[in-house]
Design a protein around this ligand. Structure first.
Ligand code: ADP
Length: 711
């Protein structure tokens, strides 16, 4: 009996269908309610002015050296997309086809912002630019809420439950890593294999090569290199030496300057292993440390030292696109600051501002108000600065400058790695990354970069954390989720390409490296090979448009809003032209020397260990390998071939001859040979056939000597 035709089966199917619909409806209502709560928590304000021209400039502008970039300027945009000059407002925050932006009833039905243009894509309209202040909260509230996203996110490699929660609120479906996720959120740097196997609709929250600025030693190396190239522009970090390679330089500086130094483990974090000293002689010559001049006059609030955690989002490296979150954290030390003396240098609660250090102090202030507490919001710091007549706008423009220059110091590596890992990613950017920049401010309001974190903490222990980090994650996911990543379509295209490639003749199908657009290396993974997609001219333009219209509380700092700054930053892109990043410097030579010495030491140790092992196991000469034996044999042969007899004197020769005669006569007279033979015969060791084997015996018998009688 066919169960599928039975009435019972059909009834169950109908019921299933209805319950599915019901669940969906309920989920929508829940999503809306939760979003409402989330919005209420958010204090973010869209305080950026973006006009259509700047959008165009931003998307059209690319660094002068990015000639290898596969992307074109958005002039004209994609065939599908159009710029429309209208006053309507729809900002769908979804990316899959299932989301239909609701058209407003009238032109006045927007959030009061003057809208300059829209991009039309797949019959949906996306806001491109707005001028004037836009209240993000109200604008979002007016936005259509989507029902159910087909986009998936994998957060199983993240320890922060908040990421999963917010993703779900935004309509993402949480999936395992083994599934075809749209976004992978990981706390650690993934391996190159994962990057290389990514499909064209997938995004990951790390860029390959970002370690160049996220490890203290690499950051110091890159910034020092840039300082050498651009001495006036790169005074953005305290003087730094990498020990032991720069030990001599550091000692020389210490001799000529009375300064306090701060020493940090080269790949440490959370304030571990940090100490202050003004005597560098106490450091061992072989210790691996980062040595920095101590910024001894920091800006103080209420007498406490603090540093800033500035959240920065990078959405693309070629062209470089950087956004800074307007809200962040200021982390305070918990003992009042006094300039370092030998007496207080050990007081970490005074000199370090790490949360992980200061939370252990009983003085740690958990106050929730803006103007107190050991952790405060950046907006509170801005208010404090305004109250104290500091130029807040100028200060933040300096911070932006520090961030841009820090990222630019690793730009050649970032760009190279991106193109090497993602030759086929033509529709959307394969990566985005939230970086936590630790900025220290001195009494003149000059910002210094201390460190860059590739996985800033998203723990929400305090109210202030929740107020900053939740909107940050939400705005990030919104900004990176472009409408362009249509999973199904891309998979279909990829399958078609693979099929075409297989059907094509062998000779035609092989794509030579140079045929890949943009001069990038040939793709390696199955889906990306062969017919690597031609980059859509407008895909970047569309992404830019999406980003500009979904900034949330982010502000764009790269490309800069101010057109005059564009040419200023252009010169830093040319760093790889001026000097190879692998060029030899005094420090790099020293580093090489050290490495060579270390290698020799290791080899010596290994040889000694081998010798000891040999001595302990067998006291025999080891059998040499066949190749060595063969070499030795050939050497001996050649020696024989070329042998020339030495000089022999006649007297010597005569003497030798006489001795030989005397010896044979003695043997004969004493009948030594015969005696031996007779003995052997008697013992039964010798038979008559042996005469052929022992010619002397044969000789004896021939001359009639009876060997028996010899005894
Ligand atoms: P970690 O990664 O271990 O947190 P950081 O480089 O961020 O190491 O330094 C930890 C803390 O030490 C900073 O938050 C800051 O307060 C202080 N600090 C670091 N470098 C300096 C410096 N050059 N001058 C003054 N204070 C510094």
């Amino acid at each position: 009996m066919n169960l599928k035709n039975s009435k019972f089966y059909k009834r169950i199917q109908t019921l299933r269908h209805f319950s599915k619909e019901k669940i969906l409806k309920e989920r929508t209502i829940r999503t809306m309610a939760l979003r409402g709560v989330e919005m209420a928590l958010s204090e973010s304000q869209c305080n950026h002015d973006v006009d259509a021209a700047s959008v165009a400039a931003a998307s059209a502008w690319s660094p002068p050296l990015s000639s290898t970039s596969r992307r074109k300027s958005p002039a004209g945009g994609a065939a599908k997309s159009k710029m429309i000059k209208k006053k309507t407002d729809t900002s769908p925050r979804t990316r899959e086809k299932g989301f239909k932006p609701v058209q407003p009833a009238s032109d006045e039905d927007n959030d009061g912002a003057e809208v300059n243009g829209y991009i039309e894509l797949n019959k949906c309209r996306y806001r491109v630019a707005c001028s004037g202040r836009v209240d993000a909260t109200t604008s979002r509230a007016a936005e259509p809420l989507f029902v159910e996203s087909k986009s998936t996110i994998c957060v199983s490699n993240s320890r922060y439950a908040m990421i999963g929660r917010i993703s779900r609120l935004l309509g993402y479906k949480l999936v395992k890593e083994s599934k075809l996720w749209n976004i992978l959120w990981s706390d650690s740097f993934p391996g190159v294999e994962l990057f290389k196997n990514m499909k064209r609709f997938q995004q990951i929250n790390h860029f390959p090569g970002m370690i160049e600025i996220c490890r203290k030693d690499l950051l110091s190396r890159n910034l020092n290199r840039m300082l050498k190239l651009y001495p006036h522009d790169y005074k953005i970090f305290p003087k730094t030496w990498m020990l032991p390679a720069d030990y001599g330089d550091a000692m020389h500086y210490a001799l000529n300057h009375k300064h306090t130094f701060i020493l940090k483990p080269d790949s440490g974090a959370q304030g571990r292993g940090i100490w202050l000293t003004n005597d560098l002689k106490t450091i061992g010559a072989n210790e691996r440390l980062i040595c920095q001049t101590y910024v001894y006059r920091p800006l103080l609030i209420d007498g406490y030292k603090f540093d800033l955690r500035v959240y920065t989002l990078i959405t693309s490296v070629d062209p470089l696109r950087i956004y800074v979150y307007n809200e962040g954290l200021a982390r305070f030390a918990t003992n009042k600051y006094v300039e370092p003396t030998p007496g207080n240098a050990n007081d970490l609660y005074m000199h370090l501002t790490n949360y992980s250090v200061n939370k252990r102090n009983s003085q740690y202030d958990l106050c929730d108000n803006d103007d107190c507490g050991s952790k405060r919001k950046l907006s509170a710091i801005n208010n404090w600065m305004t109250r104290h007549n500091y130029d807040v706008a100028e200060f933040w423009s300096n911070v932006d400058d520090v961030i841009i220059k820090t990222v630019l110091s690793a730009w050649p590596v970032l760009k190279h790695n991106y193109h090497a890992c993602f030759p086929g990613h033509d529709t959307i950017q394969a990566c985005f990354e939230i970086l936590g920049f630790d900025i220290l401010v001195d009494w003149k309001l000059k910002p210094y970069i201390l460190e860059v974190n590739h996985s800033p903490s998203f723990h929400t222990n305090e109210q202030v954390d929740r107020e900053v980090k939740r909107p940050l994650i939400r705005d990030t996911l919104t900004l990176v989720s472009t409408v362009l990543a249509d999973k199904k379509q891309i998979l279909r295209e990829d399958r078609k390409r693979v099929k075409q490639r297989l059907l094509k003749s062998k000779g035609d199908s092989v794509l030579r490296p140079r045929q890949v657009a943009g001069g990038a290396k040939p793709p390696t993974n199955e889906t990306n090979v062969a017919t690597a997609p031609k980059p859509e001219a407008g895909s970047l333009a569309q992404q830019v448009a999406w980003e500009e219209s979904h900034l949330g509380n982010f502000r764009r700092i790269m490309p800069p809003q101010d057109a005059s700054r564009i040419s200023y930053y252009s010169k830093f892109y040319a760093q790889s032209n001026q000097v190879s990043i692998f060029q030899e410097t005094a420090a790099s030579k020293k580093r090489e020397d050290l490495a060579r010495k270390m290698r020799l030491q290791i080899e010596e140790k290994r040889a000694k260990a081998e010798q000891m092992l040999l001595a302990s196991t067998k006291r025999k000469r080891p059998i040499q390998p066949r190749s060595v034996r063969e070499k030795h044999r050939q050497y001996m042969y050649r020696l024989k071939e070329n042998w020339i007899p030495g000089f022999v004197s006649e007297a010597e020769e005569r003497l030798r001859h006489t001795w030989q005669q005397m010896r044979s006569e003695a043997i004969k007279n004493l009948k030594i040979t015969e005696n031996i033979y007779a003995l052997l015969y008697e013992l039964g060791h010798l038979s008559n056939t042996d005469i052929t084997v022992f010619p002397s015996l044969y000789h004896c018998l021939q001359i009639g000597y009876d060997i028996k009688g010899a005894t």
